[in-house]
Design a protein around this ligand. Sequence first.
Ligand code: OAD
Length: 248
Amino acid sequence: MNSQIKNAARDLAAADRVTALTGAGISVESGIPPFRGKGGLWEKIDPMEYAHIDAFMKDPAKVWQVLIREMKDVVDRARPNAAHQGLARLETMGILKTIITQNVDGLHQLAGNTDVIEFHGSFAWQRCMNCDGRIETRRVSLVDMPPKCLCGGILRPECVFFGEMISLDHMSRSRLAASSCDIMLVVGTSATVQPAAYMPIIAKRAGARIIEINSERTPLTRDVSDLFIEGKAGNIFDCLLMEIEKLR
Ligand code: OAD
């Protein structure tokens, strides 16, 4: 057993106010590709052409056809993996309080976590740009592009596009969860997109230990993370939970 995992297990077993910050890497083992790096979505398509609000407003059919349709396919099929389940178990053990996730796939809630801040919104719902009505994404027909509401307005996912603001409510709840935790677990994020990437800095300045799990080093690894566990999140959570169960 990796000594980093043993150290993380010891810290987590003694903690009761842990916040997790998660990113696309935690859902890779559920079949959802990440955004950056090898096999990442932004390697295949230009985010400024498909994931910026201006691009959506200019040509919603194009963005639906290329980006949102593919996301719907992938997210519909995805199920929580060992890392999502590990975080859910940490909540039932009274260790983990809040997850701040940059993901829009809903897998933390499916795994059983109850306090999840969807920092970039949720892909589970679409909102009408005309009447503000909502419809579940799984109920949206893809026959006509772009899909429309009964009122004729265009539907858009309830997640943020580049160029849009993070909701004030998500922002203030996340800042609170970051500044009041004793450990922040940072899992599967490249920590390159602000303001989400700032949450570990807030936690660190407020005195928390930062435990980072990632298959490669990130901008946080050297100066912010107190402990870095390198590898796939699913495998690491399996080992971590086994160790924590022994200690409790
Ligand atoms: P990224 O795609 O930028 O980073 C994914 C991270 O996960 C990388 O650091 C990988 O090394 C790591 N990783 C990949 N597979 C892993 C595995 N099996 N186990 C552990 N780590 C793994 O994703 P995010 O950091 O989430 O925003 O990206 C942040 C935001 O950028 C996203 O929310 C999205 C994107 O543009 C919006 O769409 C607004």
